[in-house]
Design a protein around this ligand. Structure first.
Ligand SMILES: [Zn+2]
Length: 77
């Protein structure tokens, strides 16, 4: 039996995903660098994220404003 035809999921490749964020309004897609250039609206520390989760929150949520004006949220750290 061979599983060679089954491509390994990206998350098995060292845990380093090619990060991207897509705006649902204007359809722009930002990579990690592009995302970092957007103006940050708000940063939520793990203690603020935790009430919304059922698992331990170990990350910060950063909210940035897309070029079209839509606010987008992404995990950070
Ligand atoms: Zn947008």
């Amino acid at each position: 039996m061979s599983s060679a035809t089954h491509t390994s999921p990206l998350w098995e490749l060292g845990g380093r995903l090619p990060w991207s964020k897509r705006c649902g309004v204007c359809r722009r897609t930002y990579d990690a660098d592009g995302w970092g250039t957007l103006p940050a609206v708000l940063t939520l520390p793990p203690s603020s994220v935790q009430p919304h989760l059922t698992v331990p929150a170990g990350w910060t949520v950063v909210i940035r404003r897309c070029m079209c004006g839509t606010v987008l949220a992404a995990r950070s750290g």
